[in-house]
Design a protein around this ligand. Structure first.
Ligand code: NOJ
Length: 747
C-alpha cells in the first residue's frame, strides 16, 4: 500500500467523525504473472504478437451480429487477439472457442464493450448521475453494470470517461461528470473501484478503461473531434486530474483520444502517452487507441501513410490498435525496417498478456460467459431498484415557484386531471440516453406508464404534441385539448438520445424542433405547468425560466426514468441533485464555468470598460452546484479554526446548516477556496470539498472540513505543483453562487 492522501476530513456534529480518505493505492495486491507472460512471449511469432496488439469490432449491430464474419478468420489466424462489440454469454463463448481451440498458442480473447452507464439495465447518463454528488451511489452503478456485463461474457468496459467538459455544445458532455476537476477526480476513481473491485480475476467485475486521454472534452467550439489547444498549465491543472485519479485507483487501461493536443494527435503523442502517462504517473497497463484513431493521424496531417501512423502510435507506447487495422497491416514491416524496435513490440504484448492473465482468462477462458448467471443478473430487481434510486438522486430541481399562492411542486396525489404533454412522455429509447449500447428499450419505464402507476385515480390526458426533431405542429391541437381538460399540465421536453453523445454537437442548445413553440402555446392557456426537461446537456431555457413556475431537470435517467421522475413530482423523494455543469443563458456565453478568472477589469455595472457583454449578463442561468429542494436550508456561523496556518498544518472550516423547511431533505454542502494572489492568476472559486447531509425539519448540523496547504496546490509560474503563501478565501454554501465566506492566511 502506498501512502494515502487525505483530501477532506469532515466532522459532523454529534459524535461521528468521518475521514474521507482517498487512498492512492494500486487498488489490490495482484499475483505476479511475469514468468508466465515471458514464457508465452518467447513462443510467439512477430505476427502473433501484432495480433495481440489488434482489437476489432465483431460487427455486432443493435440487434445482433452482422454478416461480416472476417474477424473470425483473423482470430483463427492469430491476427486478432481482442474483440469488442460482441456480447451475450453464448456468442462470446463461441468466439472464445475459436481462439482457445483453433489458434496455435490458444491465447484467449479479451472482450471489450462500451458499458457506459449500465449494460442491459441502464442507469442515468454519467452527467446526470454526477449531479447526485454521491460517490457511493456512483460506485454502485459501476459495480452493478460490471456484474451484469460480465455475466454476458465481457471482460472490459471502455469506461470511465473522465473528460472535463465546459462546453455544452459538445454532445459528449453527457458521458462525463461535468466541468470540475476535483469532482471529476473523485467520481472517476469511484467508477474504477466499482468496475474493477479488488480482483481483476473476479468474474463479477470488468477491467476499466479511462478515456479519452487527453483533454478530448476541450474540443474547440464544442465540435466533436475538433482541435484542442491549451497551455500545459491548464492541461495539468484542469484536465489531467481525473485521469490521474482513475489511474491511481487502479484502472488497468487507458484509451487515447481523437483530438490533437499542442499540434500532436493524442494517439501519436509521446508527450501524453510516454512522458505523462507512463513515466510521470507510472502507468503500466494497456493503452488502447480510440476507434480508428491510428489511421486518423493521416488526415490530421501528422502521418504520411498507415505505416507511418502505426510507427508514431507504437513508439508513443500505444499497445493496442482499435479497429484501424494499421498495426495488423504495417507493424511487421516497421519492425523489419527498424522503425519500431522489437522491445517496443514486446513491451506492448507483455502489457496485454499480463492483463489477460490477471483477468484469469488463462485459468478459464469461459469464466465470464455464464448463461445461467446472465439470466439471473440481467434486469434483476436489485438492478432495477438501483436504477430508480440513482435516477431520482440525479434529478435537479431548477425552479419551484408558487402558482396561485402555492408552490407547484410536489404535486398532490389527489390531483384528478393531469395533462401529460410532449415528445419525451412516451419515448422509451430516448430516456435511456446516448451510449446505452445494449440497453433494452422494451424494459424502459416511461413517464406515461410511471404516472399511470403513481396516481391510478387520476385521469391522464396524454398527447405528444410534436417530435424532438421536426417543426411539424400538426399535433399541437391535440396537446392543447389535453391541457384544457387538466388541473395541472406536466410537459416532458428536451432531446432525444441521438441529439447528444458522440458526433452530436449542437450549435443551438435550445429545445429542438417545435417544442419551444408548443410550450409557449400551452403556457398561454394559463394552466399550472410543470416542465420536465430530459436532455444530455444543459439547454438554454431562459424563456422557460422566466415563465414556467416549476422546472425539473431530469436528464436521461435510464431504464427507470419514469418512476424516478414521478417519485420527485409527487414528493415521494425530495430532490437533492446539484448541477455539475453551468447552464448558460445563451450560446454566446460559452465557455462559462464557475471557476473562471477575475480579469483585470472585473464586472462593474456602472463602468462600461469592464469585462461584460452588452446584451447578456455575465452570470449563468443556473450556476454550478445549484439545485433546489422541497425544503430550505440556512447556512450560518462559517468559521476557520485559526486565521493563519503554516504549510502542512490543518485548518478546520466549520459551518452550521439548518433545515428551515417542513420536510426532511438532503443537502450538498460545498466548500470552495480562492487564492487571492499567485505567481499565476487563480480562479475566483475552486471546489475543494463537499458533504451530502440529511436533515429533518428544524434540525441543524455542524459540518467541518479540514484543509491543508496540499489542497491549495497549483502549477506555479515555474510549473511546480505547490501552494504559495498568501491570503485565501474560503466559501461554503449550497451552490457556487450562494456562499458564506471567511478568510485565512497561509504562511
Ligand atoms: C469511439 C468512442 O470515442 C469511444 O469512446 C468508444 O469507446 C469507442 N468508439 C468504441 O466504441
Amino acid at each position: 500500500m502506498r501512502p494515502g492522501k487525505t483530501i477532506v476530513t469532515i466532522m459532523k456534529n454529534k459524535l461521528t467523525l468521518i475521514l474521507l480518505t482517498i487512498w492512492v493505492l494500486p487498488a489490490f495486491a495482484q499475483k505476479d504473472y511475469t514468468k508466465e507472460v515471458e514464457a508465452l512471449l518467447s513462443k510467439m511469432t512477430l505476427e502473433e504478437k501484432i495480433g495481440q496488439m489488434t482489437l476489432y469490432t465483431s460487427g455486432w449491430d443493435v440487434t445482433g451480429p452482422t454478416l461480416n464474419e472476417n474477424y473470425k478468420a483473423d482470430i483463427r489466424a492469430g491476427r486478432c487477439g481482442n474483440i469488442f462489440n460482441a456480447h451475450t454469454a453464448k456468442y462470446n463463448r463461441d468466439l472464445q472457442r475459436i481462439a482457445v481451440e483453433e489458434t496455435r498458442l490458444k491465447i484467449p480473447l479479451l472482450f471489450g464493450y462500451d458499458v457506459i452507464h449500465g449494460h442491459k439495465t441502464i442507469y442515468p447518463i454519467p452527467l446526470a448521475e454526477a449531479c447526485s454528488w454521491d460517490l457511493e451511489l456512483i460506485e454502485k452503478s459501476a459495480r452493478l453494470s460490471a456484474r451484469e456485463a460480465a455475466a454476458s461474457g465481457l471482460h472490459w468496459t471502455f469506461n470511465p470517461m473522465v473528460d472535463i467538459a465546459r462546453d455544452p455544445r459538445w454532445g459528449r458532455i453527457a458521458e462525463g461528470t461535468g466541468e470540475d476537476p476535483f469532482l471529476g477526480a473523485l467520481m472517476g476513481a469511484a467508477k474504477v473501484r466499482g468496475y474493477q473491485g479488488t480482483d481483476l480475476s473476479d468474474p463479477y467485475t470488468l477491467m476499466a478503461c479511462v478515456k479519452h486521454f487527453a483533454a478530448y472534452g476541450a474540443a474547440q467550439a464544442g465540435r466533436d473531434y475538433h482541435t484542442v489547444d491549451m497551455s500545459e498549465r491548464e492541461l495539468r491543472q484542469t484536465y489531467l486530474p481525473p485521469y490521474k485519479a482513475a489511474i491511481d485507483a487502479g484502472a488497468a487501461s487507458v484509451m487515447t483520444s481523437f483530438n490533437e493536443y499542442d499540434g500532436v494527435p493524442a494517439t501519436g503523442s509521446k508527450f501524453l502517452m510516454d512522458k505523462v502517462l507512463r513515466q510521470e504517473w507510472g502507468f503500466d497497463g494497456i493503452i488502447v487507441t480510440d476507434y480508428g484513431s491510428v489511421a486518423e493521424m493521416i488526415p490530421h496531417g501528422f502521418a504520411v501513410n498507415g505505416k507511418h501512423a502505426g510507427e508514431l502510435a507504437a513508439n508513443a507506447t500505444v499497445d493496442m490498435d482499435m479497429q484501424s487495422g494499421v498495426f495488423q497491416n504495417n507493424l511487421k514491416q516497421s519492425v523489419e525496417e527498424g522503425k519500431v524496435s522489437m522491445k517496443t513490440i514486446d513491451d506492448a504484448v507483455r502489457r496485454v498478456l499480463l492483463k489477460k492473465f490477471e483477468l484469469g482468462l488463462f485459468d478459464d477462458p469461459y469464466r465470464y460467459s455464464n448463461e445461467e448467471r446472465e439470466k439471473q443478473e440481467v434486469f434483476s430487481d436489485e438492478m432495477m431498484q438501483h436504477a430508480r434510486d440513482a435516477g431520482r438522486k440525479s434529478i435537479v430541481l431548477l425552479k419551484n415557484e408558487p402558482f396561485n399562492g402555492q408552490k407547484l411542486l410536489p404535486l398532490a396525489k389527489t390531483t384528478r386531471n393531469i395533462a401529460l404533454i410532449g415528445p419525451l412522455t412516451e419515448a422509451p429509447e430516448d430516456i435511456l440516453g446516448s451510449w446505452h449500447a445494449s440497453g433494452d428499450a422494451s424494459k424502459a419505464v416511461t413517464l406515461l406508464s410511471a404516472l399511470q402507476q403513481a396516481v391510478p385515480g387520476a385521469k391522464i390526458f396524454h398527447a405528444q404534441g410534436c417530435s424532438t426533431e421536426s417543426d411539424d405542429r400538426s399535433g399541437f391541437e391535440a396537446a392543447l385539448n389535453a391541457a384544457r381538460q387538466a388541473d395541472v399540465v406536466i410537459m416532458a421536453v428536451g432531446e432525444n438520445y441521438r441529439q447528444n453523445g458522440e458526433a452530436a454537437s449542437r450549435s443551438d442548445i435550445g429545445l429542438p424542433g417545435a417544442q419551444q413553440a408548443l410550450l409557449e402555446e400551452i403556457y398561454k392557456l394559463g394552466k399550472p405547468v410543470v416542465v420536465v426537461v430530459m436532455a444530455g446537456r444543459p439547454l438554454t431555457i431562459g424563456w422557460m425560466d422566466e415563465n414556467i413556475p416549476a422546472i425539473v431537470n431530469a436528464w436521461h435517467l435510464g431504464t427507470m426514468a419514469g418512476p424516478a421522475i414521478t417519485d420527485v413530482l409527487f414528493g415521494d423523494y425530495n430532490p437533492s441533485g446539484k448541477l455539475v455543469i453551468t447552464f448558460p443563458r445563451n450560446v454566446g456565453q460559452i465557455p462559462i464555468f464557475y471557476s473562471m478568472k477575475n480579469t483585470g477589469r472585473p464586472f462593474n455595472a456602472n463602468d462600461k470598460y469592464t469585462s461584460k457583454y452588452l446584451d447578456v449578463a455575465n452570470t449563468p442561468l443556473y450556476p454550478f452546484g445549484y439545485g433546489l429542494s422541497y425544503t430550505s436550508f440556512k447556512y450560518s456561523d462559517l468559521k476557520v479554526s485559526k486565521p493563519v496556518i503554516g504549510f502542512g498544518e490543518k485548518l478546520q472550516v466549520e459551518v452550521t446548516v439548518k433545515n428551515t423547511g417542513d420536510r426532511a431533505g438532503e443537502e450538498v454542502v460545498q466548500l470552495y477556496t480562492r487564492d487571492l494572489v499567485g505567481s499565476v492568476t487563480r480562479p475566483v472559486k475552486e471546489l475543494k470539498g463537499f458533504q451530502k447531509i440529511n436533515l429533518k425539519p428544524g434540525e441543524s448540523e455542524k459540518v467541518t472540513f479540514t484543509l491543508t496547504s496540499d489542497d491549495l496546490r497549483f502549477y506555479t509560474q515555474a510549473m511546480e505543483y505547490k501552494a504559495e503563501p498568501g491570503d485565501f478565501k474560503v466559501f461554503v454554501g449550497g451552490s457556487s453562487a450562494d456562499v458564506l465566506e471567511v478568510g485565512f492566511e497561509l504562511k
